[in-house]
Design a protein around this ligand. Structure first.
Ligand SMILES: Nc1ncnc2c1ncn2[C@@H]1O[C@H](COP(=O)(O)OP(=O)(O)OP(=O)(O)O)[C@@H](O)[C@H]1O
Length: 232
């Protein structure tokens, strides 16, 4: 599904990511872990086209997408991005927020799939509420639902549990499991909540100062070893 090879990224003159090589497979949750500031969000930005990579290649479903650099082109290629902090539009209604997901799909597909409301029934009740009036957990659900509108092949989730109450964290975990069970979507989950990530992950990649220090499937990842690598 997604294969990164020797990806590098800079902000101005400062290099943040060094030769990142990793894969994300369909029907699997790949957890990207590490302490604050190691470059997890920057890697998701490079994959989603939000910040340009400086070098290396990116192949999605056998297609080299390295040259399709804009976020719009990456979304059209099948990448859905739920950024840290959610970035929903506070003055737009829930319905309008969901409809922004139409931007990268053909007009004939402009519909909110039933699946979205099955997974997030609260959004159906709140369709006419402003995004800014939802709780943090509801906004997170809205951000995931918005990314699902375009039925992405690869879903990038940046810290979906951050600042969210436990019952909604549990629901978000169930949604991630459901999306994985469909078998055709690859999921990259950036997560600092170790137990949440460890419970869900099929493959674990840990970064330290912009470099990969662990890249292995669950069967080859010892809990205590991973915990030591991603803790301060
Ligand atoms: N726009 C930017 N300009 C300059 N430096 C940046 C920018 N964004 C992030 N950085 C720096 O890049 C490094 C990696 O940041 P990044 O947000 O990718 O890390 P992270 O692992 O996601 O951390 P966190 O868990 O705190 O979100 C940090 O040192 C950060 O200060």
């Amino acid at each position: 599904m997604l294969t990164l090879k020797d990806l590098t990224l800079h902000y101005g003159h400062s290099q943040i990511l060094y030769d990142i090589s990793m894969e994300a497979k369909p029907g699997a949750v790949t957890c990207l872990m590490g302490t604050n500031g190691v470059g997890k969000t920057s890697l998701l930005k490079a994959i989603s086209g939000t910040h340009p990579r400086s070098g290396g290649s990116m192949v999605l479903n056998g297609q080299d997408i390295s040259a399709r650099t804009s976020p719009h082109a990456r979304a059209q290629a099948g990448i859905g991005y739920v950024p840290q902090g959610r970035d929903i539009f506070p003055l737009m209604t829930v319905r309008e927020n969901l409809q922004t997901g139409y931007a990268c799909i053909p007009k004939s597909d402009w519909t909110i799939p039933d699946e979205v409301f099955e997974l997030f029934p609260i959004l159906k009740d709140f369709l006419n509420r402003r995004g800014g009036d939802l709780s943090g957990g509801q906004q997170q659900q809205l951000a995931i639902a918005r990314a699902m509108i375009a039925q992405p092949k690869l879903l990038l989730l940046d810290e979906p549990t951050e600042g969210i109450q436990p019952n909604i964290i549990k629901q978000i975990g169930e949604v991630i499991k459901y999306l994985r069970s469909k078998g055709d979507m690859a999921i990259i989950l950036v997560e600092q909540f170790f137990d949440f990530a460890y419970e869900l992950g099929d493959h674990f990649v840990a970064l330290e100062r912009g470099r990969v220090i662990h890249n292995a499937p669950r069967a080859e990842t010892l809990r205590e070893d991973l915990l030591a690598k991603v803790s301060v």
